[in-house]
Design a protein around this ligand. Structure first.
Ligand code: 2AM
Length: 183
């Protein structure tokens, strides 16, 4: 099965992010209910490995934390934008969680990208780089007034590719330790 690990967002926040959608040529906006913060993309994983993986992930006991939003940005750069995202203020506990998740995935011999984790929430993928319209969007959303995101768990998701687009199904939730608990 095709898997990824992510932080789910509250429905109200997903709706707020969904409302940022605007007309950018070639943009495929992530449906509001699917917007998430990816910690790791695993790709195809065999069933036997999934069981081992859930065991490894369950051993992660970093504490819960809050994230604050920054503004919109894009990958790889403003000249040729391919992915438009909303950013998050730096948070060491998010970096730590992503690092632990990465270790758990590697412990199951699932190859991972060499690229360092870069916290972002994808809003749209561009079929071609509409840099003028994208630039206007980025300028308009330099600072979004969104409520902080309380992270108390992370989720292993299945992603099924269908002609209508990807369908994400949660497989297992992993609770983080309440803030103040010892790791
Ligand atoms: P991103 O949107 O945060 O970059 C589920 O497919 C998630 O895995 C995507 O939302 C995407 O996160 C991430 N991902 C990373 N590499 C991917 C790849 N090669 N194919 C599909 N998704 C990938």
């Amino acid at each position: 099965m095709r898997l990824f690990i992510a932080i789910e967002l509250p429905a109200e926040l997903k709706r707020s992010l969904g409302r940022l959608q605007t007309d950018i040529p070639g943009a495929r906006w992530v449906p509001a209910e699917q917007i998430h913060l990816t910690l790791a993309f695993l790709g195809e994983v065999e069933q036997g490995v999934v069981e081992r993986l859930t065991g490894e992930l369950a051993r992660i006991h970093t504490s819960a934390f809050e994230l604050s939003f920054s503004g919109a940005g894009c990958f790889p750069n403003r000249k040729r934008p391919r992915v438009i995202w909303i950013g998050l203020e730096p948070e060491p506990r998010l970096e730590e969680l992503a690092a632990r998740v990465n270790e758990a995935v590697l412990a199951c011999d699932i190859p991972q990208e060499e690229r360092p984790f870069s916290a972002h929430i994808t809003l749209a993928r561009l079929k071609f780089p509409a840099s003028r319209e994208s630039g206007a969007f980025l300028d308009q959303h330099q600072k979004e007034n969104l409520p902080p995101l309380s992270v108390r768990e992370f989720i292993l998701f299945q992603s099924r590719l269908t002609p209508q687009g990807a369908v994400h199904t949660p497989i297992k939730n992993f609770a983080l330790a309440a803030s103040g608990d010892n790791n």
